[in-house]
Write a protein of this length. Structure first.
Length: 408
């Protein structure tokens, strides 16, 4: 009985010791694996690979914005009156200094006639004053001659001088009145000319278009009441707003590709003409204006547009599919396929320009081979991989060709 108990105790003790030893061995293996930073997957993983190649890659910035006219102004009367004729309408082409509206001018014609009549009266008064002054001067000369001979008294000479001075003053007043009436006539004529309203501008193209109409014929207008808006739509301005991330990458003269979802077949090339020197505090964005030609008038002010600006172009760059770039232990890199040993190696890389399809590999500089583009999320350093059959068959064919060449 005692022997049986001793055997049981001995067996339990041996099992405990073996279990502790096994546990220590497992812990040592795990620590060794963690210390080396290598995790191996026992089962091979099927992957897809693609060759590293040389290609041209471009760095683009994509923005959205709105089209605005290069210039825009509102045509308005300088005087009040009834709109008698409106000679253009929305969408019509307008030439420089073209007559576009006429106000009822009867009242202003009457003012011109009245000013002309007043001028005639003042001119007649001027002629009368001129004649009276001439008579007074001759009389003064006669009295002065008589006074020198002692025939005329001093009082008579003084009276002649006073009369001449009075007539000269009246003549000057008449001259001033004529000038005043002439100015009044010119003002009346100017007001009359304001009844004919033209669209005039100094710079830009010789023709523009009517954007909006604010009144109709027969409307009573007050001074500065808007009638039409005139737009310049060739060239047009594309306005975008950029954040500080892209602000310092832009400069005046840079090219931009302009498109619109509303016009899928239309594209326009423009240039940056203005960049705001500040970012608005509320939006942290700066205004950028891009000018482009619009000879056919396909693009319209107010349209929502897409703008693509090229920041940089690298030719003969080392590129890989963007899907090949992954992160392991906070390091960016790619898995390079070792086709001889059917394993994948993680290679840390420095990425330059990246697009939706490609990524430029800047470092290492002599990077080449085949990168894993599918299945890389399951890989670790040294993971066994299964290559596509097409590549395996190509390798086999190359091997057979090599053997045949050796036999020959």
């Amino acid at each position: 009985m005692m022997r049986k108990k001793r055997k049981i105790i001995l067996t339990v003790a041996v099992c405990v010791v073996v279990g502790l030893i096994g546990w220590k061995v497992i812990q040592a293996i795990l620590k060794s694996s963690q210390g080396s930073g290598i995790r191996r997957t026992s089962a091979p993983i099927a992957v897809e690979i693609e060759a590293v190649r040389k290609d041209t890659i471009r760095d683009f910035g994509n923005f959205t914005g709105t089209l605005t006219p290069k210039s825009q102004f509102v045509v308005a009367p300088k005087i009040s009156g009834r709109l008698e004729k409106l000679l253009v309408d929305i969408g019509d082409t307008v030439s420089r200094n073209q007559l576009i509206a006429v106000l009822d001018d009867e009242e202003y014609r009457q003012q011109v006639r009245q000013a002309e009549a007043d001028l005639l009266v003042t001119q007649a008064n001027l002629e009368e004053s001129k004649s009276s002054l001439a008579v007074a001067k001759r009389e003064l000369e006669r009295v002065e001659e008589l006074h020198k001979k002692g025939i005329s008294a001093d009082s008579e000479l003084d009276a002649a001088k006073g009369t001449a001075a009075t007539q000269e003053a009246r003549f000057k007043v008449a001259q001033a009145q004529v000038a005043n009436r002439e100015a009044a006539l010119e003002a009346a004529k100017v007001r009359l000319s304001y009844t004919k309203i033209s669209a005039s501008w100094k710079e830009g193209a010789n023709s523009r278009v009517v954007g909006e109409r604010f009144v109709y014929e027969g409307a009573m207008l007050t001074p500065n009441a808007p009638i039409l808006s005139i737009l310049e739509i060739d060239p047009l301005l594309a306005v975008i707003h950029i954040t500080d991330k892209d602000y310092f990458r832009l400069k005046t003269g840079q090219s931009a590709l302009i498109s619109s979802d509303a016009l899928p077949d239309q594209r326009a090339i423009g240039k940056i003409v203005r960049i705001a020197p500040l970012l608005k505090e509320t939006s942290r964005e700066a205004r950028v204006e891009i000018e482009f030609a619009n000879p056919e008038g396909f693009f319209k002010p107010g349209m929502f547009i897409n703008v693509q600006i090229e920041f940089a172009t690298h030719k003969e760059a080392t590129v890989v599919p963007i899907s090949a770039v992954v992160k392991r232990d906070n390091r960016q890199g790619v898995f390079l396929a070792d086709r001889d040993n059917d394993v994948a190696h993680f290679i840390p890389v420095e990425v330059g320009i990246s697009t939706s399809e490609l990524a430029e590999i800047v470092k290492p500089s002599n990077f080449s081979g085949f990168v894993v583009t599918l299945g890389q999320h399951l890989l670790a350093e040294g993971s066994p991989i299964i290559l596509p059959e097409s590549l395996s068959s190509e390798d086999s064919a190359d091997s057979e060709k090599g053997k045949r060449g050796e036999n020959k």
